[in-house]
Structure formats: C-alpha cells, structure tokens
Design a protein around this ligand. Sequence first.
Ligand SMILES: Nc1ncnc2c1ncn2[C@@H]1O[C@H](COP(=O)(O)OP(=O)(O)O)[C@@H](O)[C@H]1O
Ligand SMILES: [Mg+2]
Length: 362
Amino acid sequence: MTVISKLSIHQFRNLHTQHIKPCETINLFIGDNAQGKTNLIEAIYYLGHNRSFKTKILKEVIGFTCNKFQLSAQVDEYLIKLEKSKNQNTVTLNQKKINNTSQLSQILPIQIITPDKGFIVNGTPKNKRSYLDWGVFHVKPESAKIFKNYNKILKNINTLLANQQTNELNFWFLELAKVSIIINKNRVDYLQQLKQTLLSKQTKTLDPLIDSLDQFNYQFSSGWPKEVDETNEQSICQYLNKNTPSLLRVKHLNYGSHKANINFMFNGKNECFFSRGEQKTLSIIFWLAQVVLLVNLNIKPIILIDDLSSELDHTKINIILHYLKDLKVQTFITDIGHNSSIINHINPVIFQMYQGEIKQQD
Ligand SMILES: Nc1ncnc2c1ncn2[C@@H]1O[C@H](COP(=O)(O)OP(=O)(O)O)[C@@H](O)[C@H]1O
Ligand SMILES: [Mg+2]
C-alpha cells in the first residue's frame, strides 16, 4: 500500500514552509478560493512525476521572491526529495540521486482527478492516451522503455521527413511498426481488463452515479487508419511505404500509436453531447475503475481530487466519498467546504487552508 506519512513543503507556490502528517485514508483540505488547495495537490503530484500538471515553467511553481523550492515525502520506506532552482534539479530517493523518474511513479503512483488536467470523457486525445498509458505503465512497468523507444524512432522519422531524406526511412518504418504493435497490444489488453473491472461487482456501488454502467461503452482506435492492420508489421510498413510521398509533403508522421484515441459513449450517445457534470461523473468512474484494477493487482495508488464539489450534486459526492472510503487507499481531497455535512459522514482527517498555511483540525 502506498502511504505518504509525512509531506514537507518549502517555497512551493504560495504554500508556507511547513510539514503535514496525513492519515492513511481520507485527508480533506478545506479553504476558500485562492488559499493554496490546488497548489497542495500540485505539490503532491510533483513528487510522483517530477513535474507539474499545470505548467512546464519551473519559475511559476517557485514561491514569488524565492529562487528555489524543495518538496519531500516519506512514502512507505522511501524518502523522496526534490530540490529545484534555475541551476539545480536534484531528485533523491533515500538520499541517493536518481535520474529515472519512472521510478518515482512506481513508488508514488498517483491518480489525479482535477478539472485543471481536463476530464478524460470528452477530453483531448492526449489526455485519453495519458490516462490509458498510466494504467498500462503500472500494470507493465517495462512499457516505459517501450514508449521511450517509440518516441525516439518517431523523432528520427520526423527528422528524415522534414529533411526530405528517404534512404533510411524504410528501416525506421519497420522499427516503428514493431514497437507500435507492442504498444497497441498492451493498450488493448489493458482496456480489456478495465472493461472487466467496470462490469464487475466491485464497481456496482458506483452504478447510481449514472443509470447503469452496462450502457456505457467505448471504442479504442489504434492511431492507424482503418485500412491498416495494427497488429501486423507488414501491413503497417506497406501503408507507410505507399504513403511516403504524402508524408514527405506534410513533413511528419500523422498516424501511429502516438495518435491513438478512445471514444466514449453512453446510452448510444457520443461523449461530445454529455454535459460537464456527466463528463466529470463518467471520468471519475473511469479513474476509479483504474484504481480498483490496480488495487486488485496489489498496487495501491494514492488519489488526489481537487475541487470535489464543483459540478457534482450531494448524492453523487456522497456515493464517491463512500466508495473512496471503502477502497482503503490514501486520498487527498480539496474542497471549498460547503458540503461539510455529507463529507463528515466518512470521518476524514480535516485540514484547514488559509493563505498558504495548512492546519490540521482537532
Ligand atoms: N509561484 C507562486 N508563488 C506564490 N504564490 C503563488 C504562486 N503561484 C500561484 N500563487 C498564488 O496561489 C494562489 C492560488 O492558489 P490555488 O492553490 O490555486 O488556490 P485554491 O485554494 O483556490 O485552489 C493565488 O493567490 C496565487 O497568486
Ligand atoms: Mg483550486
């Protein structure tokens, strides 16, 4: 089980230099707007990914008037420490420097639910792929290397296309086809597992969130056009060879695993017709199904939910909170605090947030 037993913050956004000791179950952070709730969620996310979900610019997350930030967390037997400034980028694990951040994601697997990152239902293809590949990575950690390799090959192909160099193209097309087949298979296998989880008893208590999960469906597209058999090297290469002149014209490869997508449907309705509330509810079901799947495999991610109440009514909040409580995974929830009566049912540990200061409530 993954548990953050201590979290220390120094000069991260508006958060004061402080440490907190979260509980193993549900931690609730209450505060008005602009007090630092999202900043706290961002800090925890940063520790598991070595990056923010809001910005790529380091300066934005360092406290105004400061020149570096430090974050650390005791996660089970591991002490993760990040120290970042314009000139320094140090990540240590139990006092030893590490370069491989996928190691961080394994020690601190995080499922994040925040409007800032966008929902997956009716979300961007990029968001959907990142959702899918997060699951694939945790089920098969070796897939991180495969993705890296794919991106390297893709970069080579795009450089060749941009420079109108055709002599090595066929070699790299074949390399890409080989890796793309593995990525596709991992994704399809994973989605199959996810579907089973969604239809299992374990997600039954989520059914009242929507009328019935049975009428919920999704279609995966591999990223290759329909005429290509994405499980076959020859078919992929043939397609790429045939289309080389048009690829040379557009100067990049616009098909492949990097363009995969998922299309969600409910009651025969396409996701683009869902309301924001429906998008959020359905996305939460998918995120939670992913957590359940991993819990079954004995990998216990922690869950971050920013702005729980926005776009959800009391009944839905209640169902989700009880579900989280029964899941027995460590959860960090932020909320503006207008729903304390429902939230108090599940006895969370409550922290009040005020101008960047986090105080545990007695
Ligand atoms: N790098 C930074 N240094 C100091 N304060 C920051 C920084 N970045 C954002 N803030 C402040 O953090 C506050 C917003 O915090 P946020 O966590 O988004 O609030 P909320 O509680 O509404 O989620 C704003 O007042 C903003 O000015
Ligand atoms: Mg916020």
